[in-house]
Ligand binder design. Structure first.
Ligand SMILES: Cc1cc2nc3c(=O)[nH]c(=O)nc-3n(C[C@H](O)[C@H](O)[C@H](O)COP(=O)(O)O)c2cc1C
Length: 359
């Protein structure tokens, strides 16, 4: 079974072709510092070929949601060192997912400051989960060109901090409507400077950040997560292929470890012009190793690897609820089911107490 075979990622050999998808769990403290339960949570899942962390804020400005961790203060970096050491002691490999939420946030959890974004366009028709309950989105503050250049540098600093904290690499979260995805979208980016107004300009921010991450972390240690057909968070493009094909071609020129493609999990009835299968359409353009994600089980993951475009499958919900997922695939064992109520926030319940198979 390809899922259980060793595979080379950059300079590393992974113990299997199974990644844990990045998943926000909102269990850091008010200063964005993770603690012992987080060490245990990732260590329990170290049998993944590759662990991708929950999204981690690159700066105070990047934060959108309560109790999400950071990688910009010495306390935060020290706390992650415990996670990476424990995962490595178990033979695992772990990348930090770097996050700037842009307009997907709320001032109540940003010390009263409005979220920032490529353009002053708020998200409509959805609410944001805040520490004070669900709230309507605000109109974000439009970033100046100088502020954008500073954010590119903030990503570089966060990548340096990630390497200092012992991570094996970093992944740019450029999916699901967060800041990099906002720059890539015609509905969220109406800029007229070098960061908007044309396909090339909308791609510029992501490409500058990726170059900065490579400079900070080195070759074969940087990945990127993209979701070209996910329209959640009011992200739309008249022609996703026209936007993302040149982006992926430009990424081919950088010394990356992988690109991670999330299939759209939402119905495309109102988007008949969107490609139906993001992994096939966009993965086939990439020269880098492709990680496929979105709704896979064991059989569909194996079938995806057999197609030959993706070399690794990232599992989200299944890995959250099954800390020994590779073992369960190997033995064709039953799965624990995910508990929605404990996904975000709270203590060890629904975090570190999902049972392992009895040995
Ligand atoms: C609780 C939860 C939190 C998530 N947080 C993140 C995140 O921080 N970063 C990210 O890129 N995706 C996040 N996702 C999306 C997953 O990485 C993945 O794309 C999605 O769950 C689809 O994969 P699956 O069908 O295997 O679960 C999250 C998903 C879940 C269930």
């Amino acid at each position: 079974m390809k899922l259980l075979e060793k595979i080379t990622l950059g300079k590393e050999i992974l113990q299997n072709a199974i990644a844990m998808a990045p998943m926000t769990r909102s269990r850091a403290n008010g200063e964005g510092v993770v603690s012992n339960p987080t060490v245990l949570y990732y260590t329990q899942r170290a049998s993944a070929g590759l662990l991708l962390t929950e999204a981690i804020n690159i700066s105070e400005q990047a934060m959108g949601s309560p109790l999400t961790p950071g990688l910009y203060s010495p306390q935060q970096i020290d706390a992650w060192k415990k996670v990476t050491k424990s995962v490595h002691d178990k033979g695992g490999l772990i990348y930090a997912q770097l996050w700037h939420t842009g307009r997907v946030g709320h001032s109540v959890d940003r010390k009263g400051k409005l979220p920032v974004a490529p353009s002053a366009i708020g998200i409509k028709g959805q609410q944001h989960f805040t520490s004070q309950g669900p709230k309507e989105y605000e109109t974000p503050q439009e970033l100046t060109t100088a502020e954008i250049k500073q954010i590119v540098k903030d990503y570089g600093q966060a990548a340096k901090n990630a390497i200092e904290a012992g991570f094996d690499g970093v992944e740019l979260h450029a999916a699901f409507g967060y800041l990099p995805n906002q720059f890539l979208s015609e509905s969220a980016n109406l800029r007229t400077d070098e960061y908007g107004g044309s396909i090339e300009n909308r791609n510029r921010f992501v490409l500058e950040v990726m170059q900065e991450l490579v400079n900070a972390s080195g070759s074969d240690k940087v990945g990127i997560k993209l979701s070209p057909t996910v329209y959640y968070n009011n992200i739309e493009n008249s022609d996703p292929v026209a936007q993302f094909k040149p982006l992926i071609e430009a990424l081919n020129e950088l010394p990356l470890a992988y690109i991670h493609l999330m299939n759209g999990l939402f119905p495309l009835d109102n988007y008949p012009h969107y490609p139906k299968n993001a992994v096939e359409t966009f993965g086939s353009i990439s020269k880098h190793l492709v990680i496929a994600n979105g709704g896979f089980n064991k059989d569909s993951g194996e079938a995806e690897l057999e197609k030959g475009i993706a070399k690794i499958i990232a599992y989200g919900g299944l890995f959250l609820a099954n800390p020994d997922l590779p073992k369960r695939f190997e033995l064709d064992a039953a799965f624990n089911t995910i508990e929605q109520a404990t996904m975000y926030g709270g203590g060890e319940k629904g975090y570190t107490d999902y049972p392992f198979l009895e040995s």
